[in-house]
Design a protein around this ligand. Structure first.
Ligand code: FAD
Length: 360
């Protein structure tokens, strides 16, 4: 069976790793480098790790696993009638095709947006790192996990960091939890401008509804856009992302989608942890297990040295279980938790909540 995977991010590479040997696996990737860790990019920009540490698998690893890796190759169209993937370098026949095309950074749509960089790829990270060395300071737009990881690491590394976010709270959390994260980041030197909307940018700074913020290096880290164009061009149903069911099936026969490009019941998971989990479930399905995917959002982050885990549903009125964990309930059932500064507890609670067990 020929399995063709488009995209060599965490979703694609995990699926290839799990199915190599059982399937004849080809990975088609438009970037010209093997898989690298996006969660580690802000550590690299901060100078905490050298570039080579971003690559968990060598080219030799792909070869040894028998994975045919086509780098620098962009998938253009799925010719479903002939079961062929058309790329800019030629055609690749498939029996099963999986789109793991991920997402790209959302571009700022304000006047002077060309003066603001974005962060998604190693190429972006190299550019930001070079500019940071020249400027010694950075303004980050956004209040999600990418913005907070970047702000925490760069501040810890000694750079001047300003974070501009149009909302009142961070990570979509309640005021109390958001306030704790803000304080921890302020302790390492991050300067916050919350409830501040960006109106425009020029070479020297950022115009906001609260005044002008000086700073030549500006990075936008607020949200992603799923890469669904391959599906669209191939006549496969899309919404915000590529529409899939709980077996990751798209509207086309033998064509699946996982990770940041896939939309299941209106939700796009949006984390490396989610993409890897989806790859694991799809690998089992493709091996013939009778299984379906039950989405359960959970993500673990480190902002500077402060760990934060978002488990399940974290909206609404929560209650503190102890000093590190706030839980969220629906009726008698605990449906989510935010755990701060205690990774072990986070893993424990994740298991308990996912399993629907009582939390006390
Ligand atoms: C700076 C940063 C920090 C992050 N930190 C965390 C974190 O701490 N924890 C966490 O869980 N997540 C984190 N994330 C999010 C995480 O990296 C993504 O959710 C994850 O990479 C999604 O994996 P994916 O395999 O779906 O897609 P991607 O990683 O986006 O990979 C998709 C791949 O497909 C390729 N591709 C796209 N279209 C085509 C085409 N037509 N032809 C060929 N190739 C194509 C792309 O080049 C890309 O390599 C972070 C992301 C960033 C940018």
């Amino acid at each position: 069976m020929r399995l063709v995977i488009v995209g060599n991010g965490p979703g694609g590479v995990e699926l290839a790793r799990l199915l190599a040997g059982e399937f004849d696996v080809t990975v088609v990737e438009k970037e010209n480098i093997p898989h690298y860790s996006k969660p580690m990019l802000s550590h690299y920009i901060a100078g905490f790790i050298p570039e080579e540490k971003l690559f968990p698998y060598s080219m030799n690893w792909y070869e040894k696993k028998g994975i045919n890796l086509l780098l620098g190759t962009e998938a253009k169209l799925i010719d479903r009638s002939r079961k062929v993937l058309v790329t800019d370098k030629g055609e690749v026949p498939y029996d099963i095709l999986v789109m793991a095309t991920g997402a790209r950074a959302r571009e700022p749509v304000i006047p002077g947006g060309e003066h603001i960089l974005t962060l998604r790829t190693l190429k972006d990270a190299r550019l930001i790192r070079g500019r940071l060395e020249e400027e010694g300071e950075i303004t980050i737009l956004g209040g999600g996990f990418i913005a907070l990881e970047l702000a925490g690491n760069l501040s810890k590394a000694g750079y001047t960091v300003r974070l501009v976010h149009r909302r009142k709270t961070l990570l979509g959390l309640d005021g109390e939890l958001s306030g704790i994260i803000k304080e921890k980041l302020e302790d390492v030197g991050v300067e916050f401008h919350l409830e501040t909307g960006a109106l425009g940018a020029d070479e020297d700074g950022l115009k906001t509804d609260k005044g002008y913020i000086k700073g030549r290096l500006k990075v936008c880290a607020f949200g992603v856009v799923p890469n669904k164009e391959l599906a669209l061009r191939s006549g496969i149903h899309t919404g915000r992302g590529i529409l899939v069911d709980d077996h990751f099936r798209t509207s086309a026969r033998n064509v699946y989608a996982i990770g940041d490009c896939a939309e299941l019941n209106g939700t796009i998971e949006g984390t490396a942890k989610g993409a890897v989990e989806q790859a694991k479930v799809l690998a089992r399905i493709l091996k013939g297990t009778d299984e379906s995917y039950k989405p359960f959002r959970s993500a673990f982050f480190k902002f500077a040295d402060f760990s934060v885990a978002l488990i399940g549903r974290t909206k609404g009125k929560g209650e503190w279980l102890d000093e590190s964990a706030k839980v969220f309930r629906e009726g008698d059932k605990t449906v989510g938790a935010v755990v701060m500064g205690n990774i072990k507890k986070a893993f424990r609670l994740e298991k308990v909540i996912k399993g629907g067990l009582p939390v006390d």
